[in-house]
Design a binder for this molecule. Structure first.
Ligand code: THU
Length: 133
């Protein structure tokens, strides 16, 4: 089974666990790290709406806690044909990816569109702007 199919299956399974009682919009994410391991996440909403977290954020946190910090590709799935990560999540993906990191956008029927991070976030805030002590 190819990587995208594996990521799709994992993301779709994870979407079933989404906690989205306020928006009703469930999202699943799965990513592949450079070492080959895959990590998953779902959106987790909160009654204090800004506290909610996106599926991508959950998958990235799972990757980092497991010791991986290099993101090769990420797939997100929702009940729509045009989901792309929000701006906040694009910045999170940029932290651990690069301009060629693949972002796959999938619907519930298995249709997948693929972008590069550079397509969705041509410029991003990066560490070179930060003065380190
Ligand atoms: N959401 C994600 O989890 N990922 C995205 O790429 C877009 C939006 C979530 C946040 C919120 O729980 C719900 O979708 C509606 O915005």
């Amino acid at each position: 089974m190819d990587y995208v199919t594996q990521l799709y299956d994992l993301a779709k399974q994870s979407r079933n666990m989404a906690y989205a009682p306020y928006s009703g919009f469930k999202v699943g994410a799965a990513l592949r790290a450079a070492g080959g391991k895959m990590y998953a996440g779902c959106n987790v909403e909160n009654v204090s709406y800004p506290c909610g977290t996106c599926a991508e954020a959950g998958a990235i946190a799972s990757m980092v806690v497991s010791g991986d910090t290099s993101l090769v590709e990420i797939l997100i799935v929702a009940d729509t044909d045009d989901i792309v990560p929000c701006g906040n999540c694009l910045q999170k993906i940029a932290e651990f990816g690069n301009r060629d990191t693949l972002i796959h956008s999938a619907d519930l029927n298995g249709n997948v569109k693929t972008y590069k991070l550079a397509d969705l976030l041509p410029h991003n805030f990066s560490a070179k702007e930060v003065k380190h002590a």
